[in-house]
Design a protein around this ligand. Structure first.
Ligand SMILES: Cc1ncc(COP(=O)(O)O)c(C=O)c1O
Length: 791
């Protein structure tokens, strides 16, 4: 259709008189065409003629007789849209189209003079009109959410007629200028001109860049029904008469504008509607930036079109000018707002940064390394230790890749917290979606916490069936300690020689990586980890003598806690029989066995989902953390029901953030990714590949000692020619690899073991990049030639 024709169309439809059939005529028509008889009640309409019919059988329908200028193809588009919505989102309360006796969705009828009209019948939706009360708050957010759902349902809808030109479409706002002379009040004309100028300047050039689709384009309180006793529950969406293809954000501005009328704080009301919409469809910055002017444009549109149409349809004046004065008032109030401030509030509601905040972040990015480091030391104190001789300023992550502030890319072979890959979209979306909806404490009922507890405990052996959620591994181990003391009635703990279990007061004392063994308090004694160093190994790894040492200090055994991946000890898994024997002896001494899966859990070890499964032993308590939320602080304690009961009798336990809906959404998403992407299997296969290649490499490079660990958690000992651990060389290799774009760490009692612990989406191709950097580091640091071309 040419532009001229389109203009013709839009003018016609708004200018042509509404149909004016008598009730008797309509009764006869619907009886003949649809076989419906009953009482008719006229309904109001801008340009059509509508009736409600109540049939003798109790059925209720809406009869819609279209304006003679209405193109049947557009009515067809509306009918098809209703069908589409019912298919895509059946719970959206939209009417259904009733077919005529001829099986048609649209029938033609004629008035006496011969003018043709299209008629159709829709099911009547029950519900109340929303309260006409400007202070009504209950409807704001649901209105936004409902519009979002409607737009989402229409996202994939297409109709060849969808690009027809309708003056009620905000992208045509500039065309309103021609009707300004119909506004009699000079102040109002000036106000309209002011906002039209703003539209032309701020919105018009951006419209072609905005997301567009077919939208309802008139979801306003007049076109919805709400539940009788619940003003915020929308039970009916009617009047698809203004549906068109336009910018998505126009649809939202159209809904917001009339809802601001009479509001004491229209900005807050607008923000509330935006927030509801954002819960369903995340908005883009470009859309939010034009919203202030689009809302004003819609308010102007309401009054300019009303002023023009009242001159053509003086009989329908009451319908046309209803609300005009309030709309002018809204425009006055809207103009009094600072547009930048309104936009800032809208951005906030959507969780996006405003421009000036982004700029301040950029300023920080431009700091010199030295000024950043001194600012850091001043603000964060001496404990804010950084990795690598040349610390990294990472600004972005994706999968196994990290990017620094200069755009350099690093292969991440170190970070286990980003378990399923940095910023995994499924996890990010789950967090964002739930953050937009609700975040509270576990003191309220919520489905996610139960689902997550179920999914975790399903992966544990019986009888580990109770899950308590916390935020960090330290808290989980602290809670395990409290449980162990409560159940055993004892006060002694056993740990391995060089381990880490947390940073709280109690768990620091279980962390020989933080305080040296000699400084441990008397209630904590050590045993041997299953390292390769057999010189110190005792038959029961030193457990009996450690229990005796506890006894000498007046403590009986309450807890044996083991990191099941023995990461700080150098990265090992339990050899067959190791855990079994320790657990048996611990139980015999009255203590509880805690499996700390903060490092080894969630499939990283490849062969098993949990580290304790390397033996047949079943722990009393399992603690989880780090990878559980892929970077979101989420941790848990899993235990037997009777242990949880004993703790509950002893004390009340509450954790403000533990198990909140956002954290649980993250936890569920992580488990889904592990399963859907078969990441445990990936850890197994790529881990085996790493291991095989490393064993071969050892033959050429004597600096590489033993390799130990499992799956995607591997320790590579760096040794001197005499076989002694070489921490300096390990450190130099780590820093050399960092300079060459591969991130690893060091671990073990001497820090002479390279720690390879990447996100478990790490592939063989990434392993190749890792090997190339490792070989280059060794060659260059030892002044060697590349060994037989293997580099
Ligand atoms: C085995 C183990 N347990 C517990 C923790 C403590 O976890 P968080 O740092 O989340 O408190 C860590 C942290 O590195 C750990 O490696």
């Amino acid at each position: 259709m040419s532009n001229t024709n389109n203009d013709q169309y839009q003018d016609d439809i708004l200018e042509t008189q509404s149909p004016s059939f008598t009730i008797q005529q309509v009764k006869e028509i619907v009886n003949k065409l649809y076989g419906l008889t009953g009482s008719l009640f006229p309904l109001s309409s801008e340009r059509d003629q509508n009736f409600r019919i109540s049939t003798q059988h109790g059925g209720q329908f809406v009869i819609k007789i279209a304006n003679s200028a209405e193109d049947p193809a557009i009515i067809d588009m509306q009918n098809k849209a209703l069908e589409h919505i019912a298919k895509v989102d059946p719970e959206l309360p939209v009417p259904e189209v009733l077919l005529s006796r001829n099986g048609l969705a649209i029938e033609q009828i004629q008035v006496e003079g011969g003018t043709e009209h299209n008629i159709r019948i829709l099911t009547y939706l029950h519900g109340a009109a929303p309260r006409d009360d400007p202070t009504e708050h209950a409807l704001l957010r649901p209105m936004g959410a409902c519009l979002g759902r409607l737009a989402l349902a229409l996202r994939s809808f297409f109709h060849p007629k969808a690009n027809y030109e309708l003056l009620w479409d905000l992208k045509h706002t500039s065309k309103l200028r021609q009707y300004l002379p119909h506004i009699s009040d000079a102040n109002h004309r000036e106000l309209a001109g002011y906002f039209l100028d703003r539209f032309d300047r701020n919105v018009l050039p951006l419209i072609p860049k905005l997301r567009a689709q077919i939208v309802h384009n008139d979801l306003v309180p007049d076109n919805i029904l709400v539940a009788e006793r619940d003003p915020g529950h929308i039970v009916g969406i009617i009047d698809f008469g203004d549906m068109t293809h336009t910018a998505l954000i126009n649809d939202l501005a159209t809904t917001i504008a009339p809802m601001l009328r009479g509001h004491t704080d229209p900005v807050a009301a607008a923000v509330e509607i935006v927030a509801g919409y954002q819960e369903v469809i995340p908005l883009e910055s470009a859309e939010l930036r034009v919203l202030y002017d689009l809302i004003a444009a819609r308010l102007i549109m309401l009054n300019v079109i009303a002023a023009w149409r009242v001159t053509i349809h003086p009989n329908n004046k009451e319908y046309i000018v209803g609300g005009v004065d309030e709309t002018w008032n809204s425009l006055d109030v809207w103009r009094a707002q600072d547009p930048a401030d309104v936009t800032k509030k809208i951005f906030r509601a959507c969780g996006l940064w405003e421009m000036h905040e982004v700029n301040s972040m950029q300023r920080e990015d431009n700091e010199t390394l030295q000024s950043h480091l001194s600012r850091r030391a001043r603000l964060l104190g001496p404990h804010a230790y950084l990795f690598y001789d040349r610390p990294l300023h990472i600004v972005r992550g994706e999968g196994v890749w990290l990017y620094d502030d200069e755009g350099n890319r690093y292969l991440d072979a170190y970070n286990n917290v980003a378990h399923v890959g940095h910023c995994h979209p499924h996890v990010v979306n789950a967090i964002a979606k739930q953050s937009r909806r609700l975040n509270t404490s576990a003191r309220y009922m919520h489905g996610y916490i139960l689902e997550l507890a179920e999914r975790i405990t399903k992966r544990m052996p019986e009888p580990l069936s109770v899950c308590m959620f916390v935020c960090t591994g330290s808290e989980a181990n602290e809670l395990a300690w409290q449980m162990s003391k409560a159940v055993s009635g004892n006060s002694g703990a056993l740990i391995t020689k060089f381990t880490y279990h947390g940073s709280s007061a109690a768990t620091t004392q279980f962390s020989t990586e933080t305080i040296s063994e000699e400084k441990l308090p008397p209630h904590v004694q050590t045993i041997f980890a299953p390292t390769s160093d057999t010189t110190f190994r005792k038959p029961d790894s030193g457990l009996s003598s450690a229990i005796m040492a506890l006894d000498e200090h007046g403590h009986q055994l309450a807890m044996l806690i083991l990191d099941t991946a023995f990461v700080s000890d150098g990265i090992y898994t339990s050899p067959k029989g190791y855990l079994n024997q320790l657990y048996e002896n611990t139980h015999a001494a009255g203590g509880l066995c805690v499996a700390d899966e903060v490092q080894g859990g969630f499939g990283r070890l490849g062969q098993h989902f949990w580290g304790f499964e390397f033996d047949d032993a079943i722990p009393d308590i399992v603690t989880l953390g780090k990878p559980m939320g892929n970077g979101h602080p989420l941790a848990a304690v899993v235990t037997r029901p009777e242990i949880a009961d004993i703790l509950a009798n002893e004390m009340e336990y509450f954790n403000t953030f533990g198990g909140n809906p956002v954290s649980c959404a993250a936890g569920l998403a992580v488990l889904e990714v592990i399963e859907k992407e078969a990441l445990q299997q990936n850890a197994l296969e790529v881990g085996q590949y790493l291991r095989e290649r490393l064993e071969v490499l050892r033959m050429d490079y004597p600096v590489i000692g033993e390799v130990h660990g499992s799956g995607l958690l591997q320790g590579i000992d760096i040794i001197k020619p005499d076989g002694a651990p070489d921490p300096e060389m390990a450190d130099r290799i780590m820093n050399h690899m960092r300079e060459n774009g591969v991130l690893i760490g060091t671990t073990g009692q001497n820090y002479a073991t390279l720690k390879i612990r990447p996100p478990i989406v790490f592939q063989k191709e990434h392993a190749e990049i890792f090997f190339a950097a490792l070989i280059k580091a060794i060659n260059e640091l030892l002044g060697l030639q590349s060994a037989s071309g293997k580099a």
